[in-house]
Design a protein around this ligand. Structure first.
Ligand SMILES: [Zn+2]
Length: 367
């Protein structure tokens, strides 16, 4: 029995090696940030929030253009794409589409905050996710109300009602593949705001912003200050203030770029699977369990298997092992897994980390 276990373990080790390294051997280029999409919030008939004089759409555009100029000047290897460079209305889903179509490596949405309490001030940077506080939900509600200026918003956003708290529940089911990187960049930004631009940082947060919903790359939404606060409005309206804010976002971008590219060099040496997962559209995995409750990856239930990945769908947790873009390899892997988990089966996951029907995945890879 003991011997058999060893043999099985060895086969698993070899297979794991194949699935996580050899299968991805064709990748020899290291990941680098090539394209950034800068999204100035609102525009045209959608003015966003406003202060005594300043309109959000104008301040957001001024900061976005300055940010793009800094990137073009100091990091000429990076392509800058704007969702708008003039005072025009652009639907939220179109903004995400622009980033997806251009295979952007990062999406930066620039906004200004507003609050009934005119004393509120400071900066906050958001990644997509479920809000943890009512305040964060309120910010998302206000920003998402931009879709009310769109003609077909109920069809374009799958019936989403920006004003109803219930609508935001969908974000708790979201599989956010790029959350870690988004939070990482967000924290670089808030750090620069605080230490260099000397703003009050209200921190890195999460909430369900429609503009970030469908992007397929790390994405953040910046609230660069409150236009409803008279002092902050003066700062954000001034040339100096806008330059400080834009250069803080620029420096955060440069630091993030260096960090990501260094990490990619390191990862490329030891395990190229993580890089591949960004370029490969479909991955196959072996599902070994599903449960109504979250199970610790260290639980005995998983019989010592490592590389357990958890997927949360509605109120169900699914657990998988292995990962390959090669369907035949995962079929071989499943046969081994079946010795421990007789009911194991193969599932497919798309680029955004969402489980898709196997038949659809096979059709896609055979095209
Ligand atoms: Zn806004």
């Amino acid at each position: 029995m003991q011997k058999r276990y060893h043999k099985q373990f060895l086969i698993l080790l070899i297979l794991n090696y194949c699935l996580f390294s050899a299968g991805y051997g064709q990748i020899n280029e290291q990941y680098s940030i090539k394209t950034v999409v800068i999204d100035a919030g609102h525009g045209g008939r959608d003015q966003g929030t406003s202060g005594k004089k300043a309109k959000e759409k104008d301040i957001a555009l001024a900061i976005a253009l300055k940010l793009g100029t800094y990137i073009e000047e100091y990091l000429p290897e990076v392509k800058v794409i704007y969702t708008r460079t003039t005072d025009v209305f652009i639907p939220l889903n179109e903004r995400a589409d622009i980033a997806n179509r251009n295979n952007a490596d990062l999406f930066i949405s620039v906004h200004l905050n507003g609050n009934k309490d005119t004393r509120a001030y400071g900066t906050e940077t958001y990644a997509m996710g479920l809000h943890k506080t009512k305040g964060n939900l309120e910010v998302a509600k206000i920003e998402n109300s931009a879709i009310l200026f769109e003609e077909d918003y109920s069809t374009n956003y799958e019936g989403f009602d920006p004003q109803s708290a219930e609508s935001y529940i969908i974000f708790s089911f979201l599989q956010n593949t790029f959350l870690e990187q988004s939070l990482n960049y967000a924290s670089f930004i808030e750090n620069e705001f605080e230490t260099r631009a000397l703003r009050k940082s209200r921190g890195v947060k999460q909430a369900g912003f429609l503009v970030l919903w469908k992007t397929t790359m790390p994405s953040v939404l910046i609230e660069a200050g409150f236009l409803t606060n008279p002092r902050e409005e003066r700062y954000l309206t001034s040339k100096d203030g806008q330059e400080y804010i834009a250069s803080a976002i620029y420096r955060a971008f440069k630091n993030y770029k260096v960090a990501i590219e260094e990490k990619s060099k390191f990862v490329a040496k030891i395990d190229s699977s993580r890089i591949i997962s960004q370029t490969d559209s479909i991955r196959f995995k072996v599902q070994i369990a599903s449960s109504g409750n979250s199970i610790s990856k260290k639980s005995e239930f998983f019989k010592g298997f490592e590389n357990i990945e958890e997927f949360k769908i509605n109120n169900n947790f699914k657990y998988t092992v292995g990962s390959s873009s090669d369907f035949e390899k995962i079929v071989a892997y499943k046969k081994i897994i079946e010795e421990n988990f007789p009911d194991a089966f193969i599932i497919a996951v798309d680029k955004s980390g969402k489980i898709i029907p196997l038949s659809e995945a096979l059709k896609l890879i055979n095209n």
